[in-house]
Write a new protein. Structure first.
Length: 94
């Protein structure tokens, strides 16, 4: 199954976020087989406001555990985090 993970950053967290950039990239790379697609969410001015990822797992708890291992999650930089089972209805993903 695929799961959509939408993580929105706390306002003003950009400086702190930079401190975790290398660790965050390692976290994404280590689970590369399960990450279908991942990238930054940006507002109309191009500012990073969060991340969106599509993650393959058998259960939603696996996707939740994966995001909870993120250095950004551990640093409490997310204002809001949502994990949902994702079902493609038009087009293809992965």
């Amino acid at each position: 199954m695929q799961f959509a993970i939408a993580a929105f950053l706390k306002p003003g967290s950009e400086d702190e976020l930079r401190k975790h950039s290398d660790d965050f990239n390692e976290h994404l790379g280590a689970s590369g087989a399960n990450v279908v697609l991942a990238g930054a969410l940006r507002d109309g001015d191009g500012n990073r406001v969060g991340y969106l990822a599509f993650y393959d797992a058998d259960e939603i708890t696996e996707a939740q555990e994966w995001v909870h291992e993120s250095p950004i999650y551990k640093a409490q930089l997310y204002d809001r985090l949502e994990v949902y089972q994702y079902q493609v209805e038009v087009g293809r993903l992965g």
